[in-house]
Write a protein that binds this ligand. Structure first.
Ligand SMILES: [Fe+2]
Length: 274
């Protein structure tokens, strides 16, 4: 797939990105996920971003757009995100139907480029989805693609985006759903020139750790939140959120998580899984 070349607004080459993730939309937008109407919480996040006048270059969406693998859920997403009037790049999560979403979004004009190249940074959107199961697996050809992108544009720092966090996060139930071959992922990306950051969804919570010089970042969902470090499945009452990222020309990343104020999206905490 052809790369998308992108000129950030900032003169020094800083790329500013809004990350949104895990909106879990249904075909029926009245449906809820464990007590949270995901269409309404996603709409509230989009409206909050619009009202706060964030200055950014593009949106990165890191998977689980759908909760029911439906064409309509992707149509709802495309309509809602278009309110922000910014380019959107995405990748599939474990609740998505990857081939379907690429087909639907291509028809709706959502950008399906998997490599976004700017003067100082490039972004590679990888697929860790294993159809209809919660855990992830990175195929060798995905890693080879990241290496290919690095060889094609060796001057840029690289940010990899992928749905599953390639490390354990200290939450026993969630760690069973991790990227099962994360050792292979991490070994490989250290052999690729320029990888500075890995940005993920899936864990529905804020996460930011640096391991062997690479920054691993995950972000609250626009729908339900998982309680960090919980051994058993547990939902948090924290508000839906999103993340603002500054990719600096020197290869560092500055980032802040935002959440909705006056949270009305309280999940049903009696449930034991999802
Ligand atoms: Fe999710």
């Amino acid at each position: 797939m052809a790369p998308r070349y992108f000129t950030p607004k900032s003169d020094d080459g800083t790329v500013r990105v809004l990350q949104l993730t895990d909106c879990h939309l249904f075909a029926d937008d009245e449906k809820d996920l464990l007590g949270v109407n995901t269409a309404k919480s996603f709409e509230a996040v989009v409206n909050a971003i619009k009202e706060q006048h964030f200055d950014y270059d593009f949106i990165a969406f890191t998977g689980d757009i759908s909760q029911d693998y439906s064409v309509k859920s992707y149509q709802h997403f495309a309509k809602q995100i278009s309110i922000l009037e910014k380019p959107v790049f995405f990748l599939p999560g474990n609740h998505d139907d990857g081939p379907l979403m690429y087909r639907v979004f291509e028809d709706l004009g959502v950008n399906i480029a998997k490599n976004v190249i700017t003067p100082k940074w490039q972004f590679v959107f990888l697929n860790s989805e294993v159809y209809a199961v919660p855990h992830g697996w990175i195929q060798r050809k995905q890693l080879d693609y990241a290496a290919f992108c690095s060889n094609r544009s060796p001057e840029q720092h690289m940010c990899l985006l992928v749905h599953h966090m390639p490390m354990l996060v200290g939450s026993r139930w969630l760690d069973t759903q991790t990227m099962h071959n994360f050792d292979e992922f991490n070994t490989y990306i250290h052999r690729i020139n320029g990888v500075k950051a890995v940005v993920t969804g899936h864990i529905h919570q804020e996460f930011d750790e640096t391991v062997r010089g690479i920054r691993y970042i995950a972000t609250p969902s626009t729908s339900i939140q998982f309680t960090p470090k919980s051994n058993d499945f547990a939902l948090d009452n924290l508000a839906p959120g999103w993340r603002y990222l500054n990719f600096n020309p020197n290869g560092t990343v500055d980032t802040v998580v935002y959440r909705l104020k006056d949270n009305i999206f309280i999940p049903n905490t009696d449930v034991e899984g999802y």
